[in-house]
Write a protein that binds this ligand. Structure first.
Ligand code: UD1
Length: 341
């Protein structure tokens, strides 16, 4: 089967996508510098699929190494580009590192796509490009708003770089997936999210708090203009999200795109508040989540969830794993890595 290059393939979303690709019999080459993941993830992928993907420890910001990858693995048919920094707060402290890492890697890939006449790219974008949308649910036509963080800005600029490059090179093809909030783990519990240090995202904090290693969960604000006062997001199961990448690659390879650069919202179409996540987690796992309400977190939007009609129709894809199963999978993974019963 076709060879697919997955940058950041040992990361959280990358590893789940590699599993789905291998299960569909694609040949997968992972390129990852292991800056935020470990090589053991490849073992987890192999345990699930029975196949060991090729692995190259490469930083995509090093252009010569990216060229060497394409020399070594002839006829790579498409690239799924996950490798990037993604911590909003950190990006405010280290903007240049974020712009360099997230944008140079993308430009290197676009260059090799031209050079090796390899036309297809699936790009990891984010709903953060919409900021606080004026209308909910948010559609792909909503305006991109000024980003509140360098991280968010790297996603906006990356989309513009892709758009401009593809205008100049109509033979290239790309598709950006704007993810909402990916959560959960593979049902096998062989792979999942492995944040370094104190988790900044809600669900990893919840599972670590319940595992007894983080103290109480802090709920950031209950004075938002939402039914229970806490902020609302569209939480999507990481396996559903991974599957969206397979249909995206297949759309490019089959020449089914409506234009050579497309973007899609990848969410469930449902919004859940922080308190709803806590309650659903408790129901799904039988565990109690201790929490306290604290001030809002600077830079957080109040509420955002996806209008997924366009992705559902055009990609023939839909998120269908329930929030309860998803939160149970996050807990099963946490218990496994902490060796809890
Ligand atoms: C944000 C971006 C997303 C980006 C991600 C990267 C938006 C809408 N989303 O996700 O595009 O990819 O950062 O990390 O900008 N919360 C708590 N307590 C906690 C942690 C979180 O109450 O300890 C709350 C937050 O205030 C928020 C919700 O939980 O309302 C989700 O937060 P988080 O998981 O960090 O994701 P976003 O900030 O939505």
């Amino acid at each position: 089967m076709e060879k697919i290059l997955v940058t950041g393939g040992t990361g959280y979303i990358g590893s789940h996508t590699v599993v789905e690709l291998l299960q569909k019999k694609y040949t997968v080459i992972i390129a990852d510098n292991l800056s935020n993941s470990t090589i053991e993830v490849v073992d987890g992928i192999e345990k699930i699929t029975g196949i060991r993907p090729y692995f190259e420890q490469v930083d995509i910001c090093e252009k010569e190494k990216v060229n060497a990858l394409f020399e070594k693995y002839k006829d790579i048919k498409a690239i799924i580009h996950f490798a990037a920094f993604k911590a909003v707060g950190e990006s405010v402290e280290m903007p240049l590192e974020y712009y360099q890492n997230n944008l140079i890697s993308l430009m290197n890939l676009l260059e090799v796509m031209k050079k090796y006449n390899q036309p297809g790219l699936v790009f990891s974008s984010s709903c953060t490009v919409y900021g606080q949308p004026d209308h909910l649910p948010v559609t792909e036509n909503a305006p991109v708003k000024k980003s509140l963080s360098p991280y968010g800005n790297t996603k906006q600029i990356a989309e513009e770089i892709i758009e401009d490059t593809l205008k100049a090179h109509p033979d290239l093809k790309a598709l950006s997936l704007r993810y909402f909030n990916p959560i959960g783990a593979h049902p096998s519990a062989f792979i999942g999210e492995l944040p370094k240090g104190v988790p900044l995202n809600l669900v990893p904090f919840v599972t670590q708090a319940v595992a007894g290693i983080r103290g109480k969960l802090k709920v950031f604000g209950n004075d938002y203009n939402t039914p229970d006062g806490t902020a609302i997001r569209d939480y999507i199961n990481v396996v559903d999200l991974a599957r969206a990448h397979i249909v995206a690659v297949e759309r490019i390879l089959a020449g089914k795109q409506k234009s050579n650069y497309e973007m899609f919202n990848i969410g469930t179409g449902r919004g859940s508040s922080v308190l709803e996540i806590i309650q659903t987690f408790e129901k799904a796992t039988g565990e109690k989540v201790d929490y306290e309400i604290v001030d809002r977190r600077p830079g957080d939007v109040e509420q955002v969830w996806a209008d997924t009609k366009y992705a559902n129709k055009e990609l023939g894809w839909k998120a269908d794993i329930s929030l309860e199963d998803t939160l149970a999978s996050a807990w099963a993974w946490e218990k496994k890595i902490r060796k809890l019963k």
